[in-house]
Design a protein around this ligand. Sequence first.
Ligand code: CA
Length: 222
Amino acid sequence: MTRILIAEDEPRISSFIEKGLRAEGMSTSVVADGQEAAALAISGEFDLLILDLGLPGLDGFGVLQRIQAERATLPVIILTARDAVEDTVAALSGGADDYMRKPFAFDELLARIRLRLHGTSRAEATILRSGDLTLDIRTRRAMIGQQTAELSSREFALLEMFMRHPDQVLSRQQLLSRVWGFDFDPGSNVVDVYVRYLRTKLGADTIETVRGVGYRLRGSNM
Ligand code: CA
């Protein structure tokens, strides 16, 4: 089982990450203090570290330094504030492998984690199919039959989420946190708006409304 260490002192964010990773079958530990994070990171108990730069005790840069000195092979993804470009650059040159800017969508973090864990050599399925729809994850191209559908990146992400969970009803809340991120107002109707966009581009009956529950991608009978 993949073991992920989450070093983050904001409980809202760490639990958002933890819930998502556990749902993917990974094991997680959360620490909110930099000293503790560094000790665990070099213990050999974890496969990857998600590291907030602003931590009490020892900041993320300090944690990176300890890792560089004692366990430089550990993949590290840092979490940075939206506008902290210099911090991001400093952390990457200090040994971090990748970064996420807060707020972020969980699926984006998951994609980066997978990339760091398996490297680029892993032949992951990059083509998703359902009925007439084909989605090429690598080239970000969507096709209906032989025709290309022009999707915005958010529309693409939403469709990808549906296609990864065929025949499954996905709630607004699930779609919101997986495609938009934890900072979105749960009362937002953005999911409904984007489902409407997808229906306009892909056909009205592509996505089914399941009243009171959420949405489902229609299978091969479309
Ligand atoms: Ca912090």
